[in-house]
Design a protein around this ligand. Structure first.
Ligand SMILES: [Zn+2]
Ligand SMILES: [Zn+2]
Length: 306
Protein backbone atom coordinates (compact mmCIF):
# COMPACT_ATOMS: atom_id res chain seq x y z
CA UNK A 1 0.00 0.00 0.00
CA UNK A 2 2.70 2.45 -1.00
CA UNK A 3 2.26 6.08 -1.91
CA UNK A 4 5.78 7.20 -2.59
CA UNK A 5 7.25 10.08 -4.55
CA UNK A 6 10.83 10.06 -5.84
CA UNK A 7 12.43 13.29 -7.03
CA UNK A 8 14.43 12.53 -10.17
CA UNK A 9 15.24 16.12 -11.09
CA UNK A 10 14.94 19.37 -9.16
CA UNK A 11 16.77 22.07 -11.09
CA UNK A 12 15.13 24.76 -13.20
CA UNK A 13 16.16 25.58 -16.77
CA UNK A 14 19.77 24.39 -16.49
CA UNK A 15 20.95 21.06 -15.08
CA UNK A 16 23.87 21.29 -12.64
CA UNK A 17 26.42 18.77 -11.39
CA UNK A 18 24.01 17.94 -8.54
CA UNK A 19 20.60 18.44 -10.07
CA UNK A 20 18.91 17.24 -13.21
CA UNK A 21 15.87 19.12 -14.53
CA UNK A 22 12.30 18.41 -13.45
CA UNK A 23 11.02 14.82 -13.22
CA UNK A 24 9.08 13.07 -10.45
CA UNK A 25 8.09 9.44 -10.15
CA UNK A 26 4.99 8.62 -8.13
CA UNK A 27 4.39 5.04 -7.04
CA UNK A 28 0.84 4.39 -5.87
CA UNK A 29 0.56 0.71 -4.92
CA UNK A 30 2.99 -0.33 -7.68
CA UNK A 31 1.33 1.83 -10.31
CA UNK A 32 4.05 4.14 -11.59
CA UNK A 33 3.33 7.65 -12.84
CA UNK A 34 6.16 9.69 -14.34
CA UNK A 35 5.49 13.40 -13.97
CA UNK A 36 7.56 15.56 -16.30
CA UNK A 37 10.55 14.11 -18.00
CA UNK A 38 13.58 16.40 -17.85
CA UNK A 39 16.96 15.48 -19.24
CA UNK A 40 18.70 12.66 -17.36
CA UNK A 41 15.55 10.85 -16.37
CA UNK A 42 16.86 7.47 -17.58
CA UNK A 43 20.05 7.81 -15.56
CA UNK A 44 18.10 8.82 -12.48
CA UNK A 45 15.66 5.92 -12.75
CA UNK A 46 18.57 3.50 -12.89
CA UNK A 47 20.44 5.22 -10.09
CA UNK A 48 17.46 4.94 -7.74
CA UNK A 49 16.62 1.37 -8.81
CA UNK A 50 13.29 2.25 -10.42
CA UNK A 51 12.30 0.26 -13.47
CA UNK A 52 11.43 2.38 -16.53
CA UNK A 53 9.54 -0.62 -17.95
CA UNK A 54 6.91 -0.29 -15.19
CA UNK A 55 5.91 3.21 -16.30
CA UNK A 56 2.65 3.20 -18.28
CA UNK A 57 1.63 6.82 -17.78
CA UNK A 58 3.71 9.94 -18.39
CA UNK A 59 2.29 13.34 -17.43
CA UNK A 60 3.95 16.36 -19.05
CA UNK A 61 3.19 19.77 -17.55
CA UNK A 62 4.32 21.89 -20.49
CA UNK A 63 6.54 21.96 -23.52
CA UNK A 64 9.65 23.61 -22.13
CA UNK A 65 12.82 21.58 -22.55
CA UNK A 66 13.63 21.34 -18.86
CA UNK A 67 10.41 19.32 -18.41
CA UNK A 68 10.57 17.30 -21.59
CA UNK A 69 14.00 16.67 -23.09
CA UNK A 70 14.34 13.34 -21.27
CA UNK A 71 11.31 11.89 -23.03
CA UNK A 72 12.97 11.19 -26.38
CA UNK A 73 15.76 9.09 -24.89
CA UNK A 74 13.45 7.30 -22.50
CA UNK A 75 11.03 6.24 -25.25
CA UNK A 76 13.86 5.16 -27.48
CA UNK A 77 15.38 3.01 -24.71
CA UNK A 78 12.01 1.45 -23.87
CA UNK A 79 11.78 0.45 -27.54
CA UNK A 80 15.26 -1.09 -27.47
CA UNK A 81 14.30 -2.95 -24.28
CA UNK A 82 11.49 -4.61 -26.23
CA UNK A 83 8.48 -2.81 -24.87
CA UNK A 84 5.25 -3.74 -26.62
CA UNK A 85 2.64 -2.32 -24.26
CA UNK A 86 0.93 0.99 -25.04
CA UNK A 87 2.27 4.05 -23.27
CA UNK A 88 -0.03 6.90 -22.29
CA UNK A 89 1.19 10.46 -22.59
CA UNK A 90 -0.78 13.27 -20.96
CA UNK A 91 0.11 16.83 -21.89
CA UNK A 92 -0.46 19.91 -24.03
CA UNK A 93 -2.22 19.73 -27.36
CA UNK A 94 0.95 20.09 -29.40
CA UNK A 95 2.64 17.05 -27.86
CA UNK A 96 1.38 14.64 -30.49
CA UNK A 97 2.49 16.80 -33.41
CA UNK A 98 5.91 17.40 -31.83
CA UNK A 99 6.42 13.71 -31.04
CA UNK A 100 5.40 12.51 -34.48
CA UNK A 101 7.81 14.96 -36.07
CA UNK A 102 10.59 13.64 -33.80
CA UNK A 103 9.64 10.03 -34.57
CA UNK A 104 9.86 10.74 -38.30
CA UNK A 105 13.62 10.76 -37.76
CA UNK A 106 14.07 8.51 -34.73
CA UNK A 107 11.10 6.15 -34.93
CA UNK A 108 9.13 4.13 -35.31
CA UNK A 109 8.72 2.72 -31.81
CA UNK A 110 7.66 -0.91 -31.32
CA UNK A 111 4.80 0.25 -29.06
CA UNK A 112 1.99 2.78 -29.39
CA UNK A 113 1.83 6.19 -27.79
CA UNK A 114 -1.64 7.24 -26.73
CA UNK A 115 -2.09 10.97 -26.22
CA UNK A 116 -4.46 12.62 -23.78
CA UNK A 117 -4.97 16.38 -23.66
CA UNK A 118 -5.89 17.72 -20.21
CA UNK A 119 -8.80 20.03 -19.49
CA UNK A 120 -8.88 22.31 -16.48
CA UNK A 121 -10.76 20.84 -13.54
CA UNK A 122 -11.46 17.53 -15.29
CA UNK A 123 -10.18 14.07 -14.51
CA UNK A 124 -7.57 13.04 -17.03
CA UNK A 125 -6.92 9.59 -15.59
CA UNK A 126 -9.07 7.25 -13.56
CA UNK A 127 -8.94 3.61 -12.50
CA UNK A 128 -10.68 1.68 -9.73
CA UNK A 129 -8.47 3.20 -7.00
CA UNK A 130 -6.87 6.40 -8.32
CA UNK A 131 -7.91 9.56 -10.11
CA UNK A 132 -5.85 12.40 -11.57
CA UNK A 133 -7.22 15.89 -12.10
CA UNK A 134 -5.57 18.44 -14.38
CA UNK A 135 -5.52 22.16 -13.66
CA UNK A 136 -4.42 25.15 -15.72
CA UNK A 137 -1.35 27.00 -14.54
CA UNK A 138 -0.15 30.45 -15.57
CA UNK A 139 3.07 30.22 -17.54
CA UNK A 140 4.52 31.27 -20.89
CA UNK A 141 3.04 28.33 -22.73
CA UNK A 142 0.06 26.04 -22.08
CA UNK A 143 0.89 24.46 -18.72
CA UNK A 144 -0.89 22.00 -16.45
CA UNK A 145 -0.64 20.92 -12.85
CA UNK A 146 -1.76 17.42 -11.87
CA UNK A 147 -3.44 16.27 -8.68
CA UNK A 148 -3.20 12.55 -7.86
CA UNK A 149 -5.75 11.21 -5.40
CA UNK A 150 -6.67 7.82 -4.08
CA UNK A 151 -10.43 7.37 -4.35
CA UNK A 152 -12.49 7.38 -1.20
CA UNK A 153 -12.00 4.10 0.60
CA UNK A 154 -14.58 1.80 2.16
CA UNK A 155 -15.05 1.36 5.90
CA UNK A 156 -12.84 -1.29 7.51
CA UNK A 157 -14.78 -4.15 9.08
CA UNK A 158 -13.45 -5.60 12.34
CA UNK A 159 -12.29 -9.20 11.89
CA UNK A 160 -13.44 -10.12 15.39
CA UNK A 161 -17.01 -9.12 14.48
CA UNK A 162 -16.99 -11.23 11.30
CA UNK A 163 -16.07 -14.22 13.43
CA UNK A 164 -18.43 -13.37 16.28
CA UNK A 165 -21.52 -13.05 14.07
CA UNK A 166 -20.42 -15.42 11.27
CA UNK A 167 -20.88 -12.68 8.65
CA UNK A 168 -20.80 -13.90 5.03
CA UNK A 169 -18.90 -12.30 2.13
CA UNK A 170 -21.92 -10.54 0.62
CA UNK A 171 -22.83 -8.93 3.91
CA UNK A 172 -19.21 -7.90 4.50
CA UNK A 173 -19.34 -5.88 1.26
CA UNK A 174 -22.60 -4.18 2.33
CA UNK A 175 -21.28 -3.39 5.80
CA UNK A 176 -18.12 -1.85 4.31
CA UNK A 177 -20.42 0.50 2.38
CA UNK A 178 -22.18 1.54 5.59
CA UNK A 179 -25.07 -0.89 6.09
CA UNK A 180 -26.11 -2.24 9.47
CA UNK A 181 -26.33 -6.04 9.93
CA UNK A 182 -29.09 -8.34 11.09
CA UNK A 183 -27.69 -11.40 12.85
CA UNK A 184 -29.07 -14.92 12.48
CA UNK A 185 -31.18 -14.50 15.63
CA UNK A 186 -32.75 -11.32 14.23
CA UNK A 187 -30.76 -8.80 16.27
CA UNK A 188 -29.83 -5.49 14.57
CA UNK A 189 -26.12 -4.74 14.87
CA UNK A 190 -25.28 -1.14 14.05
CA UNK A 191 -22.61 -0.39 11.48
CA UNK A 192 -20.56 1.59 13.99
CA UNK A 193 -20.16 -1.50 16.15
CA UNK A 194 -18.85 -3.51 13.21
CA UNK A 195 -16.48 -1.10 11.50
CA UNK A 196 -13.56 1.25 11.91
CA UNK A 197 -13.06 4.51 10.01
CA UNK A 198 -11.55 3.88 6.54
CA UNK A 199 -7.95 4.64 5.69
CA UNK A 200 -7.70 8.21 4.46
CA UNK A 201 -7.33 8.77 0.73
CA UNK A 202 -3.82 9.99 0.06
CA UNK A 203 -3.06 12.81 -2.38
CA UNK A 204 -0.20 14.53 -4.15
CA UNK A 205 -0.38 17.75 -6.18
CA UNK A 206 2.29 18.68 -8.70
CA UNK A 207 2.34 22.39 -9.51
CA UNK A 208 4.82 22.95 -12.27
CA UNK A 209 6.06 26.27 -13.64
CA UNK A 210 3.54 28.96 -12.82
CA UNK A 211 3.15 32.52 -11.70
CA UNK A 212 1.45 32.93 -8.33
CA UNK A 213 -2.23 32.14 -8.76
CA UNK A 214 -4.40 32.17 -5.64
CA UNK A 215 -6.94 29.89 -7.34
CA UNK A 216 -4.39 27.06 -7.26
CA UNK A 217 -4.94 26.91 -3.50
CA UNK A 218 -8.63 26.10 -3.99
CA UNK A 219 -7.74 23.22 -6.27
CA UNK A 220 -5.09 21.65 -4.04
CA UNK A 221 -6.92 22.23 -0.76
CA UNK A 222 -6.01 19.71 1.91
CA UNK A 223 -3.67 17.52 -0.13
CA UNK A 224 -1.14 15.54 1.88
CA UNK A 225 1.79 16.58 -0.26
CA UNK A 226 2.08 19.65 -2.46
CA UNK A 227 5.01 20.24 -4.79
CA UNK A 228 5.09 23.85 -5.97
CA UNK A 229 7.84 25.33 -8.09
CA UNK A 230 9.94 28.02 -6.39
CA UNK A 231 12.27 29.39 -9.02
CA UNK A 232 13.11 32.72 -7.38
CA UNK A 233 13.71 34.45 -4.06
CA UNK A 234 11.69 37.46 -2.95
CA UNK A 235 14.33 39.97 -4.06
CA UNK A 236 13.65 38.82 -7.62
CA UNK A 237 9.87 38.85 -7.31
CA UNK A 238 9.65 41.16 -10.30
CA UNK A 239 11.60 38.72 -12.42
CA UNK A 240 9.30 35.91 -11.24
CA UNK A 241 6.33 37.95 -12.44
CA UNK A 242 7.96 38.71 -15.79
CA UNK A 243 8.87 35.11 -16.49
CA UNK A 244 5.63 33.71 -15.02
CA UNK A 245 7.31 31.80 -12.25
CA UNK A 246 6.89 31.82 -8.47
CA UNK A 247 9.05 32.72 -5.52
CA UNK A 248 9.56 30.35 -2.57
CA UNK A 249 7.40 32.64 -0.44
CA UNK A 250 4.58 32.53 -2.98
CA UNK A 251 4.74 28.73 -3.07
CA UNK A 252 4.45 28.76 0.72
CA UNK A 253 1.52 31.17 0.49
CA UNK A 254 -0.35 28.64 -1.67
CA UNK A 255 0.48 25.83 0.80
CA UNK A 256 -0.79 27.93 3.70
CA UNK A 257 -4.02 28.99 1.99
CA UNK A 258 -4.68 25.40 0.91
CA UNK A 259 -3.87 24.00 4.38
CA UNK A 260 -1.82 21.17 2.90
CA UNK A 261 0.11 18.81 5.11
CA UNK A 262 3.58 19.24 3.62
CA UNK A 263 5.08 21.53 0.97
CA UNK A 264 7.93 20.53 -1.33
CA UNK A 265 9.72 23.25 -3.28
CA UNK A 266 12.10 22.87 -6.20
CA UNK A 267 12.95 24.15 -9.71
CA UNK A 268 15.50 26.47 -8.15
CA UNK A 269 17.23 28.97 -10.39
CA UNK A 270 20.96 28.33 -10.65
CA UNK A 271 21.61 32.04 -9.93
CA UNK A 272 21.41 31.37 -6.17
CA UNK A 273 24.12 29.74 -4.08
CA UNK A 274 22.10 27.69 -1.60
CA UNK A 275 18.66 26.12 -1.38
CA UNK A 276 18.60 27.08 2.31
CA UNK A 277 17.71 30.60 1.15
CA UNK A 278 14.51 29.25 -0.42
CA UNK A 279 13.73 27.28 2.72
CA UNK A 280 14.19 30.32 4.95
CA UNK A 281 11.78 32.42 2.92
CA UNK A 282 9.19 29.68 2.54
CA UNK A 283 9.24 28.60 6.19
CA UNK A 284 8.41 32.10 7.36
CA UNK A 285 4.99 31.51 5.79
CA UNK A 286 4.60 27.72 5.92
CA UNK A 287 6.67 25.78 8.40
CA UNK A 288 6.39 22.23 7.06
CA UNK A 289 8.40 22.94 3.90
CA UNK A 290 11.17 20.83 2.38
CA UNK A 291 13.47 21.93 -0.44
CA UNK A 292 13.87 18.88 -2.64
CA UNK A 293 17.07 17.34 -3.96
CA UNK A 294 17.48 14.67 -6.60
CA UNK A 295 16.94 11.24 -5.08
CA UNK A 296 14.72 12.43 -2.23
CA UNK A 297 11.80 10.16 -1.46
CA UNK A 298 8.59 11.11 0.31
CA UNK A 299 6.08 8.52 1.51
CA UNK A 300 2.61 9.29 2.70
CA UNK A 301 1.76 6.82 5.47
CA UNK A 302 -1.70 5.35 5.90
CA UNK A 303 -3.80 6.79 8.68
CA UNK A 304 -7.46 6.54 9.63
CA UNK A 305 -9.84 9.23 8.47
CA UNK A 306 -10.62 11.78 11.20
ZN1 LIG B 1 10.86 24.81 -15.96
ZN1 LIG C 1 8.61 26.44 -18.12
Amino acid sequence: MSFELTILGSSSALPTSKRFTTAHLLNINERFFLIDCGEGVQIQLRKYHLSPAKINHIFISHMHGDHLFGLFGLLSSLGMMGRKADLNIYGPEKMEEMMSSHLNYFGPLPFSLIYHVPEHGKLIYEDSKIEVEAIDLLHRTQTFGYIFREKKKLLNIKKSKIEKYGIGVEDVVKIKKGDDYVSDDGKLISNSELTMKPWHSRSYAFISDSAFRASIADKVRGVDLLYHEATFLEKDRKLAKQTLHSTAKQAAEIAKRAAVDKLLIGHFSTRYKSDQLFMDEAMEVFENTVSVSDGDQFSIPLKRED
